[in-house]
Design a protein around this ligand. Structure first.
Ligand SMILES: [Zn+2]
Length: 199
């Protein structure tokens, strides 16, 4: 790598810090950028900075948004009585792709993990309770992953929500145990959403 000019080495170093990109791939990407038209490279660089500046968490569901309230929460056609609880913003996108859910979301930004010291105060649990206390929610669909932490979180939530007189369901069927929603195909996830059950 040291045979490259310093500016190239800099780019390779940045790329190799990204997930799933080793030094070889980083080198290939840098070479590719050098062959790309100047305008395209500038547009790519700008879009990264732009994304970083604009994207914030939706003040209602904590999903990713360009505005203080995301397009899903702002959509009057969505059913505010059903809330789907997910671990991460990417899980929300996975469920949206299935076109099987018409309610709103709540992103926890993590799962409970007693082993790693992650408790309810470290995820958006308080905010979830706040939304339920507002009275509009009639059903909470827990769509955390099927890992031990995902299940622990689902059981914890079901227990905490049991006193609110609402229906609490869990997507399950077809989602592999230990699986991450990211790796479940949309059709399986659609079925899992449709066959959710009370917990
Ligand atoms: Zn939102």
């Amino acid at each position: 790598m040291s045979r490259y000019p310093a500016s190239v080495i800099q780019v390779i170093k940045h790329f190799s810090k990204l997930p799933g990109i080793g030094e070889k791939s980083a080198e290939r990407l840098a070479m590719h950028l050098l062959r790309m038209p100047q305008k395209e490279v500038e547009s790519l660089a700008r879009s990264i900075v732009d994304m970083k500046q604009k994207v914030q968490l939706c003040s209602l569901c904590f999903g990713l948004s360009d505005q203080s309230v995301c397009h899903i929460c702002a959509n009057p056609a969505r059913d505010p009585r059903v809330l789907c609880v997910v671990e991460q913003p990417a899980d929300m996108v996975c469920i949206e792709k299935t076109n099987a859910f018409y309610g709103l979301y709540h992103v926890l930004h993590g799962v409970l993990s007693p082993m790693e010291g992650v408790g309810p105060e470290n995820i958006r649990f308080k905010e979830l309770i706040g939304r339920i206390e507002s009275g509009e929610v009639k059903e909470v669909v827990i769509a955390t992953g099927t890992s031990v932490e995902g299940d622990t979180t689902a059981v914890f939530l079901a227990e905490k929500l049991s006193g609110f007189g609402i229906i609490v369901t869990r997507i399950a069927s077809g989602v592999p145990v230990g699986g991450d929603l990211k790796y479940v195909d949309p059709l399986t996830l659609k079925r899992a959403m449709e066959t959710r059950h009370a917990i």
